[in-house]
Design a protein around this ligand. Structure first.
Ligand code: PLP
Length: 431
């Protein structure tokens, strides 16, 4: 594989951008190679600056559920741009967007738009604290909720991949207000409520974890969290930045039938432009300025291009439920193909999948939380990643990420992926 142009760009990038990238795992550090620089994308495919073509399972880390450069979304963005790219004033599109989100997710009665998932979770936690008058929050080991101070405690995603789950620079006083429990373990949460009586403002959770690889919730886990929050007057925050409009149109809360107090959204909601949102019960959202005293603002929030892209995306998803059936079928096909390879060659692998989110773990343990995710052999994953990339399959460059299927991956793409996976796995395991 020729990567001459990517390599020279990376040399230049490292001089002027920390690590040569604007988000850590893009550097491919944990898989031991230089990153490829992407030139363009269309549908399920990516092309790098050296002209290599890939079938993409990153999908911009989630948003591209309808594939790259979808004509309807491009059209919406360019039409909106003609009327101006930002006003810093109220627009009709924001009203439509808020109404649409509230119909898709009935637990949301009011919603505030922001510019990223990080902003959404950061604001949601401030809101939980403001509303309850309490300070502590409970998060789960290995869950990632963006890079705000309160969440870089046993954090997943790039923080886990690069071995910095507790980042320096986070004040001890802030870190101390974040309590961590074990995913899929209600008793670890009960213990924290008992240890810090009357002090917990809320629980935040990835309902299906994507950021230590894909980990589904055990039956009763999310319902149990809901009950504990109600019992202890704490708010239940479901972080659907990744799962929203992904595992079902109405997100994981629809799939598992749980009702949060606050939901955070990102990724798909922006149709590929930078958007986040947080919303919930009216009574709680009334706390947000200018209605209430909890301050939160944004110069570019509700940006016209981003709203138009997001509205177009959500409208297409809402009007075609067959998209989710198709995503399920294709993803299940890929999963069973990999399972078949693993079985034929007796390979020590485990897979987790919820709809179009999935991860192949290089371990023999059932992956259900941070500790079991950590049993994965990341060196073997690194080899697999490289073998797959060389065969034109673009996976997330970390064991601790979910892969995403899009609505435009074809049977042919999946067959090619399975052929590449068989060759790659045989080489990784020397079979
Ligand atoms: C990606 C992600 C975030 C952070 O969103 P950004 O837009 O990257 O700031 C937060 N929570 C979850 C569950 C995510 O997957």
């Amino acid at each position: 594989m020729n990567t001459k142009i990517s390599d020279s760009l990376f040399q230049r990038a490292q001089q002027r951008i920390p690590g040569g990238v604007n988000s850590p795992v893009r550097a491919f550090k944990s898989v031991g190679r230089n990153p490829v620089f992407i030139k363009k994308a269309q549908g399920a495919k990516l092309w790098d600056v050296d002209g290599n073509e890939y079938i993409d399972y990153v999908g911009s880390w989630g948003p591209m559920i309808l594939g790259h450069a979808h004509p309807a979304i491009l059209d919406a963005i360019s039409k909106a741009a003609v009327d101006g790219t930002s006003f810093g004033a109220a627009t009709d599109r924001e009203v439509e967007m808020a109404e649409l989100i509230c119909t898709i997710m009935p637990s949301i009665q009011m919603v505030r738009m922001v510019n990223s998932g990080t902003e959404a979770t950061m604001s949601a936690i401030r809101l939980a604290r403001a509303y309850t008058g309490k300070e502590k929050i409970i998060k789960f080991e290995g869950c990632y909720h963006g890079h705000a101070d309160s969440f870089l405690i046993k954090a997943g995603s790039g923080a886990m991949t690069l071995g910095v789950p507790d980042s320096p620079g986070v004040p001890a006083s802030i870190a101390g207000a974040t309590l961590t429990a074990r995913f899929n373990d209600l008793s670890s949460v009960e213990k924290l409520f008992a240890e810090f009586p009357g002090q917990v403002a809320g629980i935040i959770v990835e309902p299906v974890v994507g950021n230590m690889g894909c980990i589904p919730p055990h039956k009763g886990f999310l319902e149990g969290l809901r009950k504990l929050c109600t019992l202890h007057n704490a708010l239940f925050v479901i972080d659907e930045v990744m799962t929203g409009f992904r595992v079902a149109l109405g997100g994981a809360q629809q799939l598992y039938g749980v009702t949060p107090d606050i939901t955070t959204l990102g990724k798909i909601i922006g149709g590929g432009l930078p958007v986040g949102a947080y919303g919930g019960k009216k009574e709680i959202m009334q706390m947000v300025a200018p209605n209430g005293p909890m301050y939160q603002a944004g110069t570019l929030s509700g940006n016209p291009l981003a709203m138009e892209a997001g509205l177009t995306m959500l409208t297409m998803l809402k009007h075609d439920p067959s998209i989710y059936t198709m995503l399920e079928t294709r993803s299940a096909g890929l999963e069973s193909g990999i399972a078949d390879i693993a079985q034929r060659f007796q390979l020590p692998l485990k897979q987790n999948r919820v709809g179009s989110m999935f991860t192949l773990f290089f371990t023999t343990e059932t992956v259900k939380d941070y500790d079991t995710a950590k049993t994965s052999d990341t060196k073997l994953f690194g080899k697999y990643f490289n073998e797959m990339l060389n065969r034109g399959i673009y996976l997330a460059p970390s064991q601790f990420e979910a892969a995403f299927m899009s609505a435009v991956h074809t049977e042919c793409d999946i067959d090619k992926t399975l052929t590449a996976a068989e060759e790659s796995l045989k080489r990784v395991f020397g079979k």
